[in-house]
Design a protein around this ligand. Structure first.
Ligand code: MEV
Length: 318
């Protein structure tokens, strides 16, 4: 019996959603508090006669007859298994994830990443970072139609990264720490609808959209500079302005706006939606290391879940 394990964390876009679709860079933070885990056992101890078995909240049964909704999981497995020569090995895959789905937190990419690593581990193979990223990006592209590659890079990154046209680079960080809260609206995000809406707006009002996309790209650069300089006020200001630009693109929602206002009212340094929008999550820059009050305010304002992530300084996981 061979066993392989893998895990990957969630991600949150700090700045650059939607402008990334136009080729601009995005800044993405790993969210280590939320993880997906995969375990592969070959052969399946239950002696599954029908090839590989998948056992997770989404689906429990033979991989071969898995329904469409499980595409990222199934594709992650198939691509990785072919890559390491395990495609004919019957095995039992179990997947657990505490990353909420359809919230822009990269749950499908994280599950794919965990799977790819579990499959490689079971085969006794070390895949290069680029290969792992490509396998995840391929699964994401099929699962989500068009995907910018942000999630595939982000769920493998241990520190904040800049992603431009699918290529990640590391970001210089200051010696201080920035503390963020991710808050869930409780409503599924609708990335495809939001991206389609921006495209439609671009068709009818190209100059308007180009200006907003240009502003978002500039704000992303300002945010990168603020991270390097430990400038909380400048980063918060860039986040606030980015939220306005995203509102103008029509991709925010009443609930997102309400929670963004609540966070600012509670003294946050900055707040904006994160990810595709029309639901999903917001990302808030806390003015203090203790985020308890901010999280309580967000919960009272209707957020269904909050998580924290921080970057810079000594305690950032390397
Ligand atoms: C979604 O998480 C981010 C978008 O920019 C789409 C993408 O880049 O694939 C809205």
């Amino acid at each position: 019996v061979r066993e392989g394990v893998g895990s990957a964390h969630a991600k949150a876009i700090l700045l650059g959603e939607h402008s990334a679709v136009f080729g601009a860079p995005a800044i993405v933070l790993p969210v280590h508090e939320l993880t997906a885990r995969a375990r592969l056992t070959i052969p399946d101890p239950a002696g599954e006669p029908d090839g590989s078995t998948l056992r997770c909240a989404l689906y429990d049964g033979p991989v071969r007859s898995a329904p469409e909704g499980t595409a990222p999981v199934v594709l992650g497995w198939q691509y990785a298994a072919e890559r390491v020569g395990l495609q004919d090995a019957g095995g039992r895959l179990s997947i657990t994830s505490d990353i909420p789905i359809r919230r822009g937190l990269g749950s499908s990419a994280a599950v794919s990443a965990a799977l790819v690593d579990a499959v490689a581990d079971a085969a006794g193979r070390d895949l290069a970072l680029d290969d792992r990223m490509q396998l995840i990006a391929d699964a994401e592209a099929v699962a989500h139609g068009r995907a910018s590659g942000i999630d595939a890079a982000a769920v493998l990154a241990q520190a904040p990264i800049r992603v431009e046209r699918g290529t990640p680079t590391t970001l210089p960080l200051g010696s201080g720490q920035m503390h963020f809260v991710i808050a869930d609206t409780g409503v599924a995000g609708m990335t495809a609808t939001a991206v389609g809406g921006v495209q439609e707006l671009h068709r009818t009002r190209p100059a308007y959209v180009d200006t907003l996309v240009g502003r978002l790209a500039a704000l992303t650069d300002e945010a990168a500079a603020a991270l390097a300089a430990d400038d909380v006020a400048a980063l918060g200001g860039a986040m606030d302005e980015a939220h306005s630009a995203l509102q103008s693109l029509g991709v925010s929602s009443e609930r997102l706006d309400h929670l963004v206002e609540a966070a600012r009212g509670a003294g946050a340094a900055g707040a904006k939606m994160t990810g595709g929008g029309l639901g999903g999550c917001l990302i808030v820059l806390s003015a203090t290391a203790d985020t308890t009050d901010l999280e309580r305010t967000l919960a009272e304002a209707g957020s269904t879940g909050t998580w924290t992530t921080s970057c810079g300084g000594q305690s950032w996981p390397r």
